[in-house]
Design a protein around this ligand. Structure first.
Ligand code: NDP
Length: 334
């Protein structure tokens, strides 16, 4: 499959170009960027044969079957619609859009065009999160009661920029990380948050946008989820805990990409490590997306998954701004 990269981004250079090239039969033919200078140097640095500042030029190439969109968040919607209209399958970065109406438009357009729209919620494809999901599916924890997600990290210095000071570009930690936590909770618990309460703050990095948030989500089953995300915690460890009537799971290092996660299951029988075979989550996303595109089936994280995690994040933002409990506005698409 021939790919076009839309957005000459850090996530593509650090993770996704390698993940795409790790798949047999995958080539990257184009990179599209808003800046000719950046596009040219990016293409050269990553050995991409063609670059352009004109999205239509890359989309007009009949060799291109799939696109990966990793521009700043406010561009995802328009770029995805253009790619879908050109008949390309789309792997889009999270948050997939800035609003429900934009996300719905993308989903409906992809359905009408018969192309696959996937969202890069990579955590649900990580080996650690999959191992936790298997334990939950096996009932290892009994009746579930609560989940705590620790995703307060340090934004790497080379990513200081639009995330910290550009609300119009979709900056802020809620757009960046709350959507990941929402997708992970949805994937593990197999239900969507019904209500949220939240607070957000600027704790040293954000300028006009929040760099930290904490929220509590009530699930329809009654399970309570606590979610903490931040850009300003250099020594905090990421992870999650899930607690049930028959056991608790403690997972550390599983909310960031890498092989150094550890999962512990604690029950009446004592404590035991949960082993899993680590594999790069981004590799898994790309492999699944390519297969989904070839077979015309739903990908690991679909447009509806992207929309729902976006709506949880939007409810967190509204709750923090109003001080009132909010219900995510998921809409009718399933
Ligand atoms: P970057 O800031 O690295 O890139 C975003 C855009 O900024 C690029 O597409 C490019 O614009 C522009 N840009 C970057 N560097 C330069 C430069 N030197 N000169 C000119 N323009 C430049 O963002 P990220 O890679 O961190 O994030 C991109 C997207 O990926 C976001 O939507 C983010 O939410 C998502 N993301 C997802 C992750 C995941 O795990 N799923 C992890 C990290 C990010 P242009 O589009 O014009 O080329």
């Amino acid at each position: 499959m021939n790919w076009a990269l839309i957005g000459a981004s850090t996530i593509a250079s650090e993770n996704m170009i390698g993940a795409i090239r790790a798949q047999s039969g995958a080539q990257i033919g184009w990179v599209v960027s808003g800046s000719a200078e950046h596009a040219a140097s990016y293409a050269e640095a990553h050995d991409i044969p063609r670059w352009t500042v004109d999205l239509a030029e890359a989309l007009a190439d009949p060799q291109v079957q799939v696109v990966y969109i990793s521009s700043t968040n406010e561009k995802h919607h328009g770029q995805a619609l253009a790619a879908i209209a050109a008949g390309k399958h789309v792997l889009c970065e999270k948050p997939m859009a800035l609003s429900r109406s934009e996300a719905e438009e993308m989903i409906v357009a992809a359905r009408d065009a018969g192309v696959v729209l996937a969202v890069n919620h990579h955590l649900r494809s990580s080996a650690a999160i999959r191992a936790i999901r298997r334990l939950l599916d096996d009932g290892a924890l009994g009746q579930l009661r609560s989940m705590r997600i620790f995703h307060a990290v340090a934004l790497p210095r080379h990513l200081y920029g639009w995330r910290l000071d550009q609300p119009a570009a979709g900056g802020g930690v809620i757009a960046d990380i709350t959507v990941h936590n929402a997708d992970t909770a949805r994937f593990l618990l197999q239900e969507d948050p019904q209500f949220v309460v939240a607070e957000k703050a600027m704790t040293g990095l954000g300028q006009g946008v929040e760099d930290s948030a904490m929220s509590v989500w009530t699930m329809p089953s009654g399970v309570m989820v606590y979610s903490h995300e931040s850009f300003t915690h250099p020594f905090a460890r990421s992870g999650l805990e899930i607690h049930g009537s028959e056991g608790s799971l403690y997972a550390r290092g599983v909310m960031q990409e890498g092989p150094d996660g550890a999962i512990e299951l604690v029950t009446a029988q004592g404590s035991q490590p949960v082993s899993y075979d680590w594999r790069g989550a981004y590799d898994a996303v790309v492999a699944d997306f390519m297969q989904a595109a070839a077979e015309g089936r739903a990908p690991a994280a679909s447009g509806v998954d992207g929309l729902r995690s976006l709506m949880v994040a939007e409810a967190v933002r509204r709750a923090a701004m109003t001080g009132k409990r909010q219900a995510p506005e998921y809409g009718d698409l399933t």
